[in-house]
Each structure stands twice: as C-alpha cells, then as structure tokens.
Design a protein around this ligand. Sequence first.
Ligand SMILES: CC(=O)SCCNC(=O)CCNC(=O)[C@H](O)C(C)(C)COP(=O)(O)OP(=O)(O)OC[C@H]1O[C@@H](n2cnc3c(N)ncnc32)[C@H](O)[C@@H]1OP(=O)(O)O
Length: 131
Amino acid sequence: MNFHTRKWVKPEDLNPNGTLFGGSLLKWIDEEAAIYVITQLGNKRVVTKLISEINFVSSAREGDVIELGITATEFGRTSITLRCEVRNKITRESILTINRMVFVNLSAEGKPTPHGKTQITYMDAPTRFAA
Ligand SMILES: CC(=O)SCCNC(=O)CCNC(=O)[C@H](O)C(C)(C)COP(=O)(O)OP(=O)(O)OC[C@H]1O[C@@H](n2cnc3c(N)ncnc32)[C@H](O)[C@@H]1OP(=O)(O)O
C-alpha cells in the first residue's frame, strides 16, 4: 500500500476532547479515495457506494502528521473496491483501517457503466480521462 497523502492535524480538525475528529478524517479519506479511483479508472464521474466497518484504532492529536494509504483490492464490472489505512507518519502507529470502500464508475448519464480495468495502474504514464 502506498501512503501518498499527508495531513498535519490542526486545531480546526479536533473534537471537543482535543483529538482528531473522526468526521474530519472520514472526509479526507473519502476525497482521497475518490481521487485514487478517478486516476485508476480515468473517469471523473465516480461515486462512493459503500464504506465497510471503520476501525478507529488509535487517536491522533494536534500537531501530529498522519498519512493516508489506499490500494485497490478488487476490480468489478462497474465497481472498484479499495482498502484504506491511516497511520501516524512519524511513529507508524495505526490510526484507522477500512477493509472495503466500494466506488462505482458512472456514465455521462449518471448510470453505472463498465470501466474495463482489471488491475492497478501505476502512474508513470499520464492517465487518459473519459470526455
Ligand atoms: C465521492 C462522493 O462523495 S460520491 C457521493 C456519495 N455517493 C452517492 O451519492 C452514490 C449514491 N448511490 C447511487 O447513485 C447508486 O447506488 C449507484 C449509482 C452508485 C449504484 O446504483 P445500483 O442500482 O446499486 O447499481 P448496480 O446494481 O448496477 O451496481 C453497480 C455496482 O455496485 C455494486 N454494488 C451495488 N450495491 C452494492 C453494495 N451494497 N455493496 C457493494 N457493492 C455494491 C454492484 O455489485 C455493481 O458492481 P459490479 O458492476 O462491479 O458488479
């Protein structure tokens, strides 16, 4: 799994107990996962269909640097399934895991449409996007 995106936990990201608010973290993950899917499928019209059990393993605190890791685990006909882990960049302590995030590839009309991909594309070459 590649950990590309890093976030610096700031005061506005905290819950009233002074630790990273789960909702802020989930927003970052959903966006990061959507961007991952957009680049894998070469289509900007993708939606989150399902997020499986979310395991908040440990807390992050103000000033922590965290990193988000995402990898594709399954390519369906119109869907793609990802696995996600968030960890502390410095200590490598796990902060969150999600076993399954399912995204669906949509047509210009907003209907599920085959994406034709069967394996992870490594981003050496520029992605060709659907019109
Ligand atoms: C990034 C964002 O913020 S997106 C915003 C939040 N997300 C949304 O608004 C999406 C709202 N949901 C929808 O519009 C619809 O449910 C759609 C278009 C995603 C899917 O509609 P459906 O009628 O379920 O489509 P359909 O039955 O053809 O299934 C499409 C794919 O999703 C998969 N799927 C459907 N339901 C589920 C489910 N509960 N769990 C896992 N996969 C599912 C199907 O297996 C299929 O994948 P495949 O073609 O690879 O086999």
